[in-house]
Design a protein around this ligand. Structure first.
Ligand code: LMR
Length: 398
């Protein structure tokens, strides 16, 4: 019956992570998947999360279904974190926020919603972008196109080419953007760029769909959301997919959200209802555990403060590992290639290494990067950075 089903070639990130786990060599280093590992190479359980978990365990409550839109307290906290208290309070009646299965779930529900209400719109995403963006939007039935973003020769942002392209695309096209810590390049828009982009989007009557998976991993919670908030203030129609997988170190709990900025309270009610309809048709309602932890942490001023401190510690460690790799590569690779490690921001460095070099790193040194040359700096630590630097130097030298 099923013999016409073709084999699945695998996912460039998730399948590689499984290969890493199955690799029995030592030493081995996982710089592929976007997960934060601490100095001892472990996925941390944040103190704030641990405290909230202990309190929940003490509760031993029942496990009812959540509403289709998710946990109310969680959705309120999402708005506070994504938009900041002032904007969130001002727009409270106009933001439709639903709890989703991670950031990917937010992108998928948002894509399904857009496909139904903007059936002839096309999608434009950065070149390059996270591999799964294309999969998600094509899966929702969209035609996917790209706008220029990254200059492979200089490692810079092609901002004027990006604006030029976006100013020629059809009205109501959907422009997929990365709020911060661009995946995979680590190259972001600056403040002025966001202002200019807002005006291009407004003029073209375009819809922005912003993916914010790394809030707090670039410069800070507020700083990393500045671009999104700017688009909202400029009255650009915006959908925002945010994720707590990385900044709460709660990957498997699938905690994300989708927020849609509407023009009125009435419009918000309609949009929220239709988002719930999409959820009901897909998975009925979201799981409770992770969202309850996050709502508990963010709803308690002392725990929230502690979480922000822990987030800063993760961010600072990633910055330190960038500098560490940079200094160890001195004289070993070109200055231009070396500078990328400190110029780029967030969890990833786009190293410029070729697929052959990445494969050699994996085969000869058990060091895993994504084949595009993307390296997750959060997998580096003081114990492996020398080994990684000398291995990179060796494959780059030929
Ligand atoms: C990544 O890009 O490595 C992460 O966002 C994990 C994923 O789902 O691909």
């Amino acid at each position: 019956m099923f013999n016409h089903v073709p084999s699945y070639p695998g996912d460039p990130v998730l399948s590689l992570n499984q290969d890493f786990n199955a690799d029995t060599r030592t030493p081995k280093v996982n710089l592929s998947i976007g997960m934060y590992f601490d100095e001892s190479g472990r996925i941390p359980v944040l103190r704030s999360v641990g405290s909230a978990k202990n309190e929940l365990r003490a509760g031993h409550g029942p496990h009812p279904y959540l509403p289709m839109a998710g946990l109310a307290d969680y959705r309120t906290q999402v708005q506070q974190i994504v938009f900041g208290p002032a904007l969130a309070d001002r727009l409270r009646d106009r933001i439709a926020t639903i709890q989703t299965l991670g950031g990917s779930g937010a992108l998928k529900v948002g894509a399904d919603f857009l496909k139904q209400y903007f059936p002839s719109s096309k999608i434009y995403m950065s070149d390059p972008t996270w591999d799964n963006h294309r999969v998600l939007f094509e899966g929702a039935g969209f035609e996917v196109n790209h706008y220029p973003y990254y200059d492979w020769t200089t490692g810079d942002l092609r901002f004027s080419d990006m604006c030029q392209t976006l100013s020629t695309i059809p009205e109501q096209s959907v422009v997929v953007l990365h709020a911060c810590c661009h995946n995979p390049t680590g190259v972001d828009l600056n403040d002025e760029d966001w202002t200019q982009l807002a005006s291009v989007l407004r003029k073209g009557n375009l819809i922005a769909f912003v993916d914010m998976a790394y809030q707090g991993f670039g410069d800070g919670l507020k700083e990393d959301a500045a671009g999104v908030r700017k688009l909202v203030e400029a009255h650009v129609p915006v959908l925002i997919a945010n994720s707590f997988s990385k900044n709460f170190s709660l990957y498997g709990e699938r905690c994300g959200a989708l927020s849609v900025i509407c023009d009125s309270s009435n419009e918000k009610d309609h949009v929220l209802g239709q988002l719930c309809a999409k959820i009901r048709a897909n998975y009925s309602n979201p799981p409770a555990f992770g969202a309850t932890i996050i709502a508990r942490v963010l709803g308690d001023p002392a725990l929230a403060q502690d979480w922000m401190k822990e987030l800063k510690e993760m961010r600072d460690r990633m910055h330190r590992m960038r500098s560490s790799l940079y200094s160890r590569l001195e004289g070993k690779i070109s200055e231009e290639a070396r500078a990328r490690y400190i110029r780029q921001r967030g969890m990833f460095s786009y190293t410029g290494m070729t697929k052959d070099q990445v494969v050699r790193l994996r085969n000869e040194f058990a060091i895993y990067l994504v084949e595009s040359g993307r390296l997750c700096v959060a997998g580096l630590n003081d114990g492996n950075v020398d080994y990684v630097a000398s291995s990179i130097a060796s494959v780059v030298a030929g």
